[in-house]
Each structure stands twice: as structure tokens, then as C-alpha cells.
Design a protein around this ligand. Structure first.
Ligand code: NAD
Ligand code: ZN
Length: 251
């Protein structure tokens, strides 16, 4: 590993309030493709972006049927956490993790052992389903069973409305209070790690310069360049599953 990682390891050892922001890149080594990486879903199939837009989802039953089929075969249902997720659990075990802000919807941080109170899921979770019309919310698996048993676009059992996963699609606002929590945590960080994200999606990406302005050291771990590489104290391009355990000393 590079000298850079040794230096970052020293920062991790000295830090007391680490805030980690993760994106899809931390889960690619668990077999879940990202959107914008070289092998990303949208890089390979730009049409797929429609399935992630609430305007198309609500207006077009065909988009919903495709979205449900995609959900059935999502690799995230059987994916296991990798050493990147585990390294963040280790930070918490050492009492250094102030907050874990994630753009991911796959639930792998919690499955790895990160505690629910510390994980801020800014884009929601694919493990729940909700009704766009009446707000009913429940676990995802029973609804997936309905799709499997022949309902291509299952309706809400309460009101007949449109069901969707409890994730934030393009065109939707974030859940109330979530962004405020993420920002408050970022402003309190002494070390901020941005991991596996292109940092293009707002308002979440804004926590990176905010943390820096508030005095945190910023480390970016991502294979591709990001717009904030220039303000970072270190940028690591190594695979996350190697870089995080090396920085944190969890392996
Ligand atoms: P993104 O797809 O825009 O970017 C991921 C970045 O991670 C890319 O720059 C890629 O080069 C990098 N990367 C991928 N694997 C890596 C590895 N092993 N080591 C180092 N770098 C690696 O991801 P994003 O910024 O999170 O935005 C996508 C949005 O889509 C998110 O908001 C999220 O809600 C959603 N999403 C979630 C999942 C998931 O839950 N696992 C998967 C795909 C998309
Ligand atoms: Zn309903």
C-alpha cells in the first residue's frame, strides 16, 4: 500500500469523531453494480435511469412492471457485506464513528454490524415498501412474493394505490430531517471519509465541502475522480475493500 495510506492511518488513529459517507462503490465488491462507475447500470443502459425517476414511475405502468422485475432480480437480496463495510464496523467498535451517512439502499452496513442509530440512509432503503398514495409502509419481501406469484404491478392493499420501494427516486424530496442530521454530523467531524461515491448527487454531496470548512480532514476513497478531490487532504484510488481495512487497520 502507498505511503498515503500510512499517513491516513495516522489520522484515523488520532481522530475522535469520524463521519463516513458511502456510495454505491462500497458495495460493488459485494456484487451490487453501481450506477456511474465503468461497469455501472446507467453507463451500460441509459434507459434504466427512467426506472429511478418518480415522474416516469407514477405515470407509466410499464415502467413500474419493469421496476418490479428488476427488483426481483436485484443482487442485493443475497449480497454479503465485504471488508469495506466491516472496516466501518471496526471504527464504531473503537468508539470513533460519529455517523455513517450512506447513499446506499442495500442495507449492507447494518447487515455488517453497524448500529441502526449511527446509519443515516439519505436515499432510503430497498428493504421496505410504501404506498405513494396513502403512505402505508411495510417490509418489501411479501410484496416481492406477490410479484413472483403473478401480480406484475401490485397495488396497495389498503387503498389500491401505487406501491414503490422506500427509496428516494429522482424527482422526489428526501425524508424530512434526514439531510439535517447528516449535515449536523458532518459539521461535528474531525475526520471525514467519502467512500465509493462520484459525489454528484445533491444535497448529499454538499456535506463534503461543509465538513472541510468546519475543520475536518477530508479523505476521498474512490476509483474515479470527484469534484472534491482538490479540497481533500488525501485521495485514494485503491479498491475500497483493500483501502478501508488498510487505513483503519481492521485486517
Ligand atoms: P455512483 O454509481 O454514482 O458512483 C460510484 C463510484 O464508486 C464510481 O465513481 C466508481 O468508480 C466507484 N467505485 C465502484 N467500485 C469501487 C471500488 N471497489 N473501489 C473504489 N471505487 C469504486 O454511486 P453514488 O455516488 O452512490 O450514486 C448512485 C446513487 O444510486 C446513490 O444515491 C444510491 O442511492 C443509488 N445506488 C445504490 C446502490 C446500493 O445501495 N448498493 C447501488 C447503485 C445505486
Ligand atoms: Zn395505499
Amino acid at each position: 500500500m502507498s505511503a498515503r495510506i500510512d499517513e491516513v492511518r495516522g489520522w484515523v488513529a488520532a481522530a475522535k469523531r469520524i463521519v463516513v459517507l458511502t456510495g454505491a462503490g462500497i458495495s460493488t465488491e459485494s456484487g451490487i453494480p453501481d450506477f456511474r462507475g465503468p461497469n455501472g447500470l446507467w453507463t451500460r443502459d441509459p434507459e434504466a435511469e427512467k426506472l429511478s425517476d418518480i415522474r416516469y414511475y407514477v405515470a407509466d405502468p410499464d415502467v413500474r412492471r419493469k421496476a418490479w422485475q428488476k427488483r426481483l432480480s436485484n443482487p442485493a437480496w443475497t449480497a454479503q457485506p465485504n471488508p469495506g463495510h466491516e472496516a466501518i464496523v471496526e471504527l464504531e467498535r473503537r468508539g470513533k464513528l460519529h455517523a455513517l451517512i450512506t447513499q446506499n439502499i442495500d442495507g449492507l452496513h447494518q447487515r455488517a454490524g453497524s448500529s441502526t442509530e449511527r446509519v443515516i440512509e439519505v436515499h432510503g432503503t430497498m428493504h421496505s415498501v410504501l404506498c405513494w398514495d396513502c403512505g402505508w409502509r411495510g417490509p418489501m419481501l411479501p410484496t416481492l412474493d406477490r410479484v413472483r406469484s403473478g401480480e406484475p404491478d401490485p397495488a396497495c392493499a389498503e387503498c389500491g394505490g401505487i406501491l414503490k420501494s422506500a427509496t428516494i427516486l429522482f424527482g422526489e424530496g428526501l425524508a424530512p430531517g434526514v439531510m439535517e442530521r447528516a449535515m449536523a454530523a458532518a459539521l461535528e467531524a474531525d475526520l471525514f471519509l467519502a467512500v465509493g461515491s462520484t459525489l454528484q448527487v445533491y444535497p448529499v454531496a454538499g456535506v463534503v465541502p461543509a465538513a472541510k470548512s468546519a475543520g475536518a480532514r477530508v479523505v476521498i476513497v474512490n476509483a474515479d475522480e470527484t469534484q472534491f478531490d482538490r479540497l481533500a487532504d488525501a485521495v485514494l484510488r485503491e479498491p475500497i475493500g483493500k483501502a478501508l481495512p488498510a487505513m483503519i487497520g481492521s485486517r
